[in-house]
Every structure is written in C-alpha cells, then in structure tokens.
Design a protein around this ligand. Sequence first.
Ligand code: NAD
Length: 313
Amino acid sequence: MQYNKLGKTDLELSQLGYGASPLGSVFGKVDQSTGIRTVHSALDWGINYIDCSPYYGLTKAETMLGKALQGIPRDRYILSSKAGRYGPEQADFDMSPKRIRASLEESLARLGVDELDIFLLHDIEFVDLDYVLAESLPCLEALKKEGRIRYFGVTGYPLQSVQKIVQHYPLDCVLSYCRYALHDTSLLSITELLQQQDVGIINASPTAMGLLTDRGAPEWHPADRTLIDCCRRAQQLCSEQGVNITQVAMQFAVGHQSIASTLVGTANPQNLRNNLDWIDQPINEVLVAEIRAIFAPCAGSVWASGMDENSDK
Ligand code: NAD
C-alpha cells in the first residue's frame, strides 16, 4: 500500500481509504458482524484512513464504526467525520457553531475516540457560503486550537463552492466526490489551486456511488438518464472484454498524483480485497480511452446539489 501526505498536515493517508457510509445501510441493509468484519479487514490490509459522518444512516454508520474500532490502538487509524448535515432535506442542515460543537461531541462518543484527525463540514453547498466563511469555519479553527480535532476542511459536490471557500479560508483539506472518476474528471479544474495553497485532496466515490459497478446505481442516485445510459454502455463494453468495470474505475480513480487518498465504500470484505488487488495491477489504457470516449457526450452531466447559487448546474 502506498501512503501519501495530505497537504500541509502531518497525516500520511493510505492511497485507498475506507468510506464508512455503507455501514449506515445506504446502499442496502448491512448486518453488524459483516460491517465490523469489513472495517477490521480494511485495517489488516493496510488501509489506515476511515471516513464517516453522522448523516450516514442517521448515526447508524458512526455507531457501527465505533463498535468496530473498540480495542483497536488509536494510532492504527486516521479518522475523519463531519458536521452540518443531518438528513436529506435542505432543512436538515445546520452549520452553526453551537450545532457543530454539539455534533463533534456526539460523534466522538459514538465513535469511542477522544479526538478526530479530520473534521469536515458536510456538503457546504446547502448552506450560505458567506455564513460558512464567517461562522462555521472559524468554529472549526477554534476546535483545532482547543485540541478537539487535528485538522479541518469541507466536503461538497459543486466545485465552484469548494473553490470559493478555498479562495477565502485557509483549509487543511477538502473532500470531493464523483468529480474524479471514469465518468468525470472535472476535479482537475481546481487541483492546481488546491495544490498551490497546500490544501490536501481526498477523492471519494471511485465507482460514482455505484454507477460504475455491475449492480448499478441505487434508486436515490442523482445522475440523469444520459449519464446512467453512458455507464451502462461502459459496463457492457467492459463485460464484452471480460473485465469488471469496477476494476477499471478503481484503477483510474487512484491514479492522479494530486490526490492523497481515494475513499471507497463497501460493507463486503471481498469487494474491498478486490479493490486493493486491482489498484496494484496496471491499468488497461486502451480500454480506459474507449470508456472515456463513451462518456464524452455527458462530459457536462453534473447534477444539481445544494442552493441554486452554489450549484455547478
Ligand atoms: P463509492 O463509489 O465508493 O461506491 C460505493 C458502492 O460501490 C457500494 O454500493 C459498494 O457496494 C460498491 N462497491 C465498492 N467496491 C466494489 C467492488 N469491488 N465490486 C462491486 N461493487 C463495489 O461511493 P461512496 O460509498 O458514496 O463513497 C465512498 C465514501 O466516500 C463514502 O462512504 C463516504 O465516506 C465518502 N463520501 C463523502 C461524501 C461527502 O462528504 N459529501 C460524498 C460521497 C462519498
């Protein structure tokens, strides 16, 4: 396993990180013993970075992850969780300092740890960005000074929101999702800015939240019909060549030097084992070029997320 430094922090993240959202049963029901076994397998196989949020399964994922981490030495893993998002609706967001502080304490208790290595505002595009800059981020900075968290940053889907925040506030890192994968590489439009400012880059959702798998996307997936159709065509092309599309998706997503870690979610140890084996194998560049050609017509197929003024669509 390769380990990469996250921006200006002293954290060395495994190239592949474990995204714990499936422990909240967001992709299908997960039983506790399988969920816990997946977390233990991840650590045994060299993954040292785990990401969660109170939003995943409305605290279920953090609770299950906390059970999995019981008794594991704290220096064996780097842990991120989030605050600000507590449900699917606009009304479920609260990035006020008071809620952020309470949320951190609740997450620490569920996870069974004294401190988070990385604390992130969850999906900033749903909140007025001027408020995030004036109130929420200073709160995270204060928590860092108080020693409750080690580093902080933001997550979001629209790149223009992330860009605005980075231009106005010194962050340790950002978590972007579905913007550097086989179907969409637009994260690269802001990587130079992030690198100039020494902001660490975490890339999430290498399968685009299930789109680039044989099973396909879950019902709630926000992709439009054009993108879903392109994914099916890419999947068919791969299967005609005897290749699992998730293999190519994993190899592609971990392949950019600006990205410290790529977070993949699964509650199935075998999926995780496959992902780890695949990223060690050489990528088939010819097949990648063919798949990228399939996605060319939907290059602009981003979905709306958050407030209109913050959305890329
Ligand atoms: P993902 O692209 O990692 O896809 C997860 C899906 O892919 C699951 O259905 C899983 O079963 C399937 N999968 C994984 N490996 C597979 C394999 N080898 N074969 C077949 N299927 C496989 O998307 P994700 O889980 O949404 O993202 C990963 C993590 O990134 C999340 O768990 C979360 O921690 C983080 N994330 C954060 C945000 C945010 O902060 N806004 C958004 C998205 C993701």
